[in-house]
Write a new protein. Structure first.
Length: 132
């Protein structure tokens, strides 16, 4: 993915944006940055990063990707907390996808917390999902 735009939607190349977090060269400084990096991990199929960035109390044994599902666009709707000095935060987002030629959108409010000093995903509440 080198040289290509980052799937998270920020105006940077993948390697200099979420790729740094996926490879372990950098850590998320905010809950929103972790959310963006997790969306990108879904987009590029990086299951190991998703597991590493998931709180141990809610982390599944494995992450599997649905065949023919492609994550297309992330829109951050709102954030609460989740800054450099916070212990918890929430990020509400919309994620557009395509699956087998049909477009859809998922909306979720995700909760993040610090674990051993690092931001991790705790839980999420899906607001809606639709396919067109």
């Amino acid at each position: 993915m080198s040289g290509r735009s980052c799937p998270c939607g920020l105006p940077a190349a993948y390697e200099e944006c979420c790729g740094r977090l996926h490879s372990g060269r950098a850590a998320a400084e905010t809950a929103e940055q972790l959310m963006r990096s997790r969306f990108s991990a879904f987009a590029v199929g990086d299951a190991s990063y998703l597991l590493r960035s998931w709180h141990p109390s809610t982390r599944p044994a494995e992450v599997t990707f649905e065949p023919f599902l492609r994550w297309k666009k992330l829109t951050i709707v709102s954030t609460s907390g989740g800054g450099a000095g916070d212990a918890e935060g929430t990020v509400e987002f919309r994620a557009r996808y395509s699956q087998a030629g049909r477009a859809g959108e998922m909306r979720e409010t995700s909760r993040f917390t610090r674990h051993e000093g690092a931001w991790v995903y705790l839980t999420g509440e899906a607001r809606s999902s639709r396919a067109r």
